[in-house]
Design a protein around this ligand. Structure first.
Ligand SMILES: [Zn+2]
Length: 179
């Protein structure tokens, strides 16, 4: 680490102490996002990575109730249903493309002990995937006051479809976790 004291600050979203603060954290996000699109072995975790990062940076990514719902139900889906980390749930996307009635709840100010810095330096895509899983659980835990709301939204999404229940849907290329 070569951090200069005068340029190091806390990211206002995730609390990471990083050069450039919030924008330094965002630069890491941009860097990893670009890698997802150039290396399919990293893209396997793409959608989960995006949902986690957005939930940790709600001032930028979860401004509307709908955007919060997208990322919160997205992460819930991965945790509860072992869905595809690469692309998430098509049923949830369809639900969000409509006009689901919802109010934006208060977002927790502490967003987990792990940050993007914990996944960034993984030596390969396998290690990266495992780090993203841990990051997902840490962030999900920090959002515990919204777990029931997230599950309620998912139920609504599937009730509106009138077909497959959440447990029946399996995404392609899903990654199994150790848990
Ligand atoms: Zn951050």
């Amino acid at each position: 680490m070569n951090e200069k004291q005068n340029t190091t600050a806390r990211c206002l979203g995730c609390g990471l102490l990083v050069r450039g603060g919030t924008s330094g954290c965002q630069a890491m996000m941009d860097e990893l996002l670009a890698r997802d699109f150039s290396d399919v072995t990293y893209f396997r975790y793409h959608r989960m990575f995006v949902d986690i990062y957005c939930l940790q940076h709600p001032d930028r990514y979860c401004i509307s109730a709908k955007s919060l719902a997208a990322h919160l139900t997205g992460l819930c889906w991965f945790i509860d249903n072992d869905g595809s980390r690469a692309v998430g749930s098509e049923s949830l996307r369809r639900w969000l493309n409509g006009t689901p009635p919802m109010e934006k709840p208060e977002i927790p100010s502490f967003r987990g002990e792990r940050t993007i810095a914990d996944v960034r330096d993984a030596p390969d895509s396998e290690a990266y995937g495992q780090a993203v899983e841990l990051w997902a659980r840490s962030t999900w835990k920090a959002y515990s006051i919204l777990h029931s709301l997230a599950r309620q939204w998912i139920q609504q999404a599937f009730a509106g479809q009138g077909r497959s229940r959440p447990k029946m849907e399996r995404g392609a290329g899903q990654i199994r976790t150790a848990e």
